[in-house]
Write a protein that binds this ligand. Sequence first.
Ligand code: PLP
Length: 456
Amino acid sequence: MTDRRNDLTAWDRNHFFHPSTAMGAHARGESPARTIASGEGVYITDTAGRRSLDAFGGLYCVNVGYGRQKIADAIAEQARSLAYYHAYAGHSTEASITLARMIIERAPANMSRVYFGLSGSDANETNIKLIWFYNNILGRPEKKKIISRWRGYHGSGIMTGSLTGLEAFQKNFDLPRSPILHTEAPYYFRRADRSMSEEAFSAHCAEKLEDLILAEGADTIAAFVGEPILGTGGIVPPPQGYWRAIQAVLRKYDILLVADEVITGFGRLGTMFGSDHYGIEPDLITIAKGLTSAYAPLSGSIVSEKMWNVLVEGSDRLGPIGHGWTYSAHPICAAAGIANLELIDELALVDNVRVTGAWFRAALDQALGDHIHVGDVRGEGLMAAVELVEDRDDRRFFDPARKVGPAVVAAMLEQGVIARAMPQGDIIGFAPPLCLSREEADQIVAATLHAIRQVL
Ligand code: PLP
């Protein structure tokens, strides 16, 4: 077994190009590396037999938890009966049709069709193309710019990397700046003046957005893209009134709204979609992660009735839409999605998010709320963050070179709990599987407190 593990370690260093990894340090064996062997419920086990509570659900995606036999069976059954057929030119499979219906039944009102992809990034690329196509059909070829937020994360493609407002994912790639614009992040804790109410800060964000639209010319702005809760940018729920204020501006200037629900879709906030939670009325919704709980790669762009009608009229005039992926609506992934959505219902996981999410937040608040180095405890449903500061009273942040966040996360791992050091700021992120129990929530909180005490 040890020989095998040594082989794997060597092959990993020599052959595997990992995403979001310090390549040299990994290849030289200087950074922590881990090979995961199995998973059950909220736990994963590595090849050395070390078990950890995964309080980040992989990458906020293993919503139903690990080791679900029902999904494994559905995947196997689909692979046996029909592993693949494409979805071009009106072809489909029973699985892809069924899943499309199930998604639309669960989606917010006025959603019409699902365009399937494989990742959140490609779904957002699809959205951008659909938005441009839409405005071309409407005879508004100038209306093409897209606004996202600083600290938004929308993927790692060429355009979606530009949409993303986080330096770590952009620097040194020379991604196209145009036609993407960024506006204020709704990050009350870091960005608001202390005297400002949340409502006032929301109004300020909406004003900033309107200023940008007017400076660029409203007839050049096609869409606004945002996550209901900023995710990779720091797990930041919006301040009170934010989405109401933003949507008022978008409506005023006839600008489409894309809700990027790659993380928040399918229950994470205690509602089926984040849009339901915040009263967002999107024209497009991006889904991925929780759609299959990552048992197979699958994403989607959910298109509103309003956009669909225009796209159909355009297609009647201009011909079939020239946008397709070989694996769009892949039947094995669709089978995983169906079983996953059924499980979410059968296990009442959205209800569990509300109950256990409230328990988790209260426990975090109680354990950490008064700690001198805890500036902010925040979250919604089963998505939460603890932001560490040098001094909570004058909101002084740590020198990033100290890497306090990663040190706390490493100390948590020593106690068998996986959290994520968010990429910008000393922020400990949590997005556990939606089947989390109260005992498991308590275990996460205890490990966090212990690690903070150890490191700081
Ligand atoms: N959008 C959001 C909100 C995300 O959090 C992510 C990934 O974390 C993406 C898009 C990109 O998804 P993927 O990594 O599947 O391309």
